[in-house]
Every structure is written in structure tokens, then in C-alpha cells.
Design a protein around this ligand. Structure first.
Ligand SMILES: Nc1ncnc2c1ncn2[C@@H]1O[C@H](COP(=O)(O)OP(=O)(O)OP(=O)(O)O)[C@@H](O)[C@H]1O
Ligand SMILES: [Mg+2]
Length: 499
């Protein structure tokens, strides 16, 4: 909050009579104004509030001035130093007499420097008439000191809450980006059973973030259900994730280790790209939000550019988080024949955002039609790594079988893994899963346990993509050879730096 304080101080020094603070945290901003007013020589007088329900504070008959134009007229007539805080003005800003009053106030007050109107609103609505006169002040979410103080207060009120000192920094980092009111709600909700351990706070926090995102609309929360062990093979990818697991923590931030920006996973369909994204979120203990680009383009949230910007802002507000953009080539790619970008404005907005985005948002992008991906996306510096997910090797297929056999209650002792891997040469993970499910359904129908025979029969019935799409898979492989790192340790391709 100190930044806002400094910004207000500077505005006071600069004799700016019209300040606009865009935030939902009215109480917090009014608190800062009061603190400043109490500082000797700050040049700011005690705030007097106006709201459309309680009228204007500090003037005679002010309670009746629930109409903003009447309140602004009283403000204009007031003689002497004053700080007028207008909390509900945004919806009335387009009224010509409101904009006119603000404009007049500006010209009357700018030389005096002892009076000002502070508009606090959850959105920025500044009519053309006063655009040049209004001084906008950014209100960042509460800093770590403020959140730390909130946690401290909570621990004082709940001495038996069970939050250990060693978990403190992680919880603090995870709560960043939320308002103090939200932090308070989360802590109290987590402590409903008397305890608020790190795990309980994280659970309440994920739920809060999910709700915030649901309200915004274009992002979908994906609950953390999968573990690293649900992903078969892909050891290079797993190793990469393991090495970065502790980077979204306070210690790593303090040590100045750069956080990874994002990962692009491309490759053969059904080889676990979407699955890998879900695993990242639970493995790193970060909430996962899927950006639905179809919704962005649908027009349901206004023009696609501002909807896209809105989605990015929303995810920033719930960081640390993983932002998943599935099949990125469909929205940010180009037409393969003409080479023309599908949505060039959105594409360039995305590239700029990738460059400047807050470090606590990790992008997980997936792509199938890789030739539709523009070179700028793949270029080093945007994503930390571009992984290619190929069809699984023998031992990887065995691992994928083990995962799905266990999930379907089929005993490993009842199957011959060697035969299964030989029979499924060239298969992807999705096909293996399908074969196991089909074997189980068959056996369940006959009220018995699934056997090797059921599996062999279901394998024989499935025609894998590698047969029907042989040419495409060859093309994807040759394309990926020079551009991406194999996600599997059996990747035959040599790694080459992407230019
Ligand atoms: N490596 C793997 N380990 C375990 N299961 C796998 C693996 N690969 C795929 N699967 C199974 O196949 C399903 C489909 O995989 P997934 O949706 O991740 O593929 P994808 O690469 O995203 O495919 P697409 O390109 O068609 O979107 C997964 O939900 C999972 O059950
Ligand atoms: Mg997918």
C-alpha cells in the first residue's frame, strides 16, 4: 500500500485536484487517506465521504445530497481545505452535469492546491470531458507486509490454528494478489474446524480463486486431481518440472532465481499434452485456469481484444497460477496455406504480455497443428521450453498400461506386459487407455475380472492413429526435430537450440 501512499502524496504536491483510484478496496484506500491526513505537513485534510446512500459528510444538510450533482455543487461551494472522497461516482460519470461539475472543480481548485476530490471505483470510467483533468492512480493489490499483518492478526485471534511458521512464507506468497478482505475470508474459512493448516488454507485459497475467476467468465478452473505418477513416461518433461518445482516459492524469489514463464507442448494427438498441463498444476501446487479462446472470440464478452486483455488481467489477479491455453494454434496461430494470422491483434497482444507478464503466472500451452504456429511463438525467450510429445516408447507404453490397469482395477499379475507392449507398437496413451477401459467393460458385462484375453481382444479392435495418420505423424516428427526438445528420454532427436 505504500506505493499508493506515495502516489497520493505526489498528487498532493502536484496540486492535482481530481484523483481517480481504481480499486474495489474502498476501506483500504480511505484508510491510507486517513493515515496521510494525520501526517503533519502532508497537505491532505481529513477525508469526507460521499456515497449515493448516505450523501455527503461534513456539510450542512449533506445527508440529503444523495444525488451526485447536488453533492458536487455543495463541494464547489465549500470554502477551505478539504478532501472529498466519492465512492459511488463511476456509474454517474457519464451524466453531463457530473462531468461538468468535476471539470469546474478542477479549474477552481488547481491553483489553491488545498482541496481535492478523490474518486474510488472498481472500474475506470472517465468521460472525455475530464480525461485530461483526472489523475489516475494505480492501486496494486496489498503488498506482503499488509498480508503478513493480516495473517499475524489472524494468528493472534486463533492461537491454536496450526499454521506453522515454516509454512508462513508459502502461504503469504499464495495469498498475494487478493484483497485484504479476501485474505481475511480465506483464513477464517480455512479455520472453520478450529485449525488452519497450510493445506487447509491452500484449499480455501484455491476455492476463492476459482470463484473470482468464475465471476469473470472466460476462464475455467481445473481442479487439481492428478499426480505426477498419473503421467506415464515423458521423463525429460518430468525432470524439467521437478527441477522447477520449488521456484514458485519465497526462498527462490529471495535468492533471485528467475521463475519460468511458460512451457509449450506440442505433438502427436493423445500423447498426454493436456494431461501434462493438469499434472503441472498439482505437482507445483498452483491453481490451473484454462482460457477458453472460443468464448473470447464468441463476442459474449465484448470485442475479442478487450475480452482477451480482461482474461489476462483476471489471471494476473489470482496469481500465482498456471494459465492453460489449449490448442494455441487455433486462436493465436495462422492459416497454414496463406500464412496470415488468424487474429493478429490478439496475437501481438499475447506476445507483448508474454514479455512483460507478472512472473507469478505460468503459461502452459499446447499445440497439435504445429505448422500453424508462427515462428515468433516458438522463438526462445517466449517459452522457457518447447517440448515435443511423441508416441511412447516400449517401456513408456508399459508404464501407461500400469497406470490405466491400476485405475481400472485390473491386477498386474493377470497380464503379460511384454505382449501388451508388443501389440501396441506405435500407439498413443489415449488409445492404450481406451483398450484398457474396453477390456474392463467387456469383463464387467460378464461379471468377471478382466484378463489378458480381454485386453488382447480390445487391442485388436482398435486401429491406432499412427496407422491412419502415418503421413501427418511423420511430418510432425520432422518438424519437431529441429524445433523442440523431446519430452521422452527415448526421444531419438538430438536437442538443438531453437533460433
Ligand atoms: N503419458 C501418458 N500417461 C498416462 N495416460 C496418458 C498418457 N498419454 C495419454 N494418456 C491418456 O490419454 C488421455 C488423453 O490424453 P491427452 O488429452 O492428454 O492427449 P493430448 O496430447 O492432449 O491429445 P490432443 O492433442 O488430442 O488434445 C489422457 O487423459 C490419459 O488418460
Ligand atoms: Mg489435448
Amino acid at each position: 500500500m505504500s506505493d499508493v501512499k506515495t502516489a497520493i502524496r505526489l498528487a498532493v504536491v502536484g496540486h492535482n485536484p481530481l484523483l481517480y483510484l481504481c480499486t474495489t478496496e474502498e476501506d483500504r484506500v480511505v484508510g491510507v487517506l486517513r493515515e496521510l491526513a494525520a501526517e503533519p505537513g502532508s497537505g491532505l485534510s481529513e477525508p469526507r465521504l460521499w456515497s449515493c446512500t448516505h450523501g455527503l459528510e461534513g456539510v450542512e444538510g449533506g445527508a440529503a445530497m444523495t444525488d451526485p450533482a447536488a453533492a458536487l455543487a455543495a463541494v464547489a461551494a465549500f470554502e477551505g481545505p478539504a478532501t472529498w472522497v466519492f465512492a459511488d461516482l463511476a456509474p454517474f460519470m457519464q451524466r453531463v452535469e457530473v462531468a461538468r461539475r468535476l471539470r469546474e472543480f478542477y479549474f477552481a481548485a488547481r491553483e489553491k492546491g488545498d482541496r481535492r476530490i478523490v474518486i474510488i471505483a472498481p472500474e475506470t470510467v472517465v468521460p472525455e470531458m475530464v480525461r485530461k483533468e483526472v489523475h489516475l492512480i494505480d492501486v496494486p493489490p496489498p503488498d506482503e507486509d499488509a498480508i503478513g499483518a493480516e495473517i499475524e492478526r489472524f494468528r493472534r485471534d486463533h492461537p491454536d490454528c496450526g499454521l506453522r511458521t515454516e509454512d508462513w512464507t508459502e502461504v503469504l506468497l499464495a495469498l498475494k494478489g487478493l484483497t485484504l478482505a479476501e485474505v481475511g475470508h480465506i483464513l477464517r474459512r480455512a479455520a472453520r474446524g478450529g485449525q488452519a493448516t497450510r493445506e487447509q488454507i491452500m484449499e480455501a485459497l484455491f476455492a476463492e480463486k476459482e470463484m473470482l475467476v468464475r465471476k469473470a467468465g472466460y476462464l475455467e478452473f481445473c481442479p487439481p486431481r492428478l499426480k505426477l505418477s498419473d503421467l506415464g513416461g515423458l521423463d525429460n518433461l518430468k525432470d524439467w518440472l521437478e527441477k522447477r518445482r520449488r521456484l514458485f516459492t519465497r526462498e527462490a524469489m529471495d535468492a533471485g532465481v528467475q521463475m519460468p514463464k511458460g512451457l509449450l507442448m506440442m505433438g502427436v494427438s493423445g500423447c498426454g499434452k493436456s494431461l501434462a498441463v493438469k499434472v503441472i498444476s498439482s505437482f507445483w501446487n498452483l491453481p490451473l485456469f484454462r482460457l477458453d479462446m472460443n468464448l473470447i472470440f464468441s463476442g459474449a464478452y465484448g470485442n475479442p481484444e478487450s475480452a482477451f486483455r480482461g482474461a489476462l488481467n483476471t489471471v494476473e489477479s489470482v496469481a500465482p497460477a498456471v494459465l492453460w491455453i489449449d490448442e494455441i494454434e487455433n486462436s493465436l496461430g495462422m492459416d497454414e496455406k496463406s500464412g496470415v494470422h488468424i487474429a493478429s491483434h490478439i496475437f501481438s497482444a499475447f506476445l507483448t504480455w508474454m514479455q512483460e507478464k507478472p512472473p507469478l503466472v505460468f503459461i502452459a500451452a499446447t499445440a497439435n497443428r504445429i505448422s500453424a504456429l508462427p515462428a515468433e511463438i516458438i522463438r526462445k525467450g517466449r517459452f522457457d521450453q518447447v517440448f515435443f510429445l511423441d508416441l511412447p516408447a516400449d517401456s513408456e507404453r508399459a508404464e501407461i498400461f500400469r497406470i490405466h490397469l491400476a485405475r481400472n482395477g485390473i491386477d498386474l499379475a493377470d497380464v503379460d506386459m511384454n505382449i501388451l507392449t508388443i501389440m501396441t507398437e506405435g500407439w498413443n496413451g489415449a488409445e492404450i487407455e481406451q483398450a484398457v477401459i474396453a477390456a474392463r467393460v467387456e469383463a464387467y458385462y460378464e461379471k468377471r475380472k478382466a484378463t489378458q484375453g480381454d485386453l488382447s481382444a480390445s487391442i485388436a479392435r482398435i486401429v491406432p492413429l499412427s496407422q491412419t495418420m502415418e503421413e501427418q505423424i511423420k511430418f510432425i516428427r520432422s518438424w519437431a526435430f529441429s524445433r523442440a526438445m523431446p519430452a521422452s528420454k527415448f526421444g531419438k532427436m538430438k536437442r538443438r537450440l531453437v533460433q
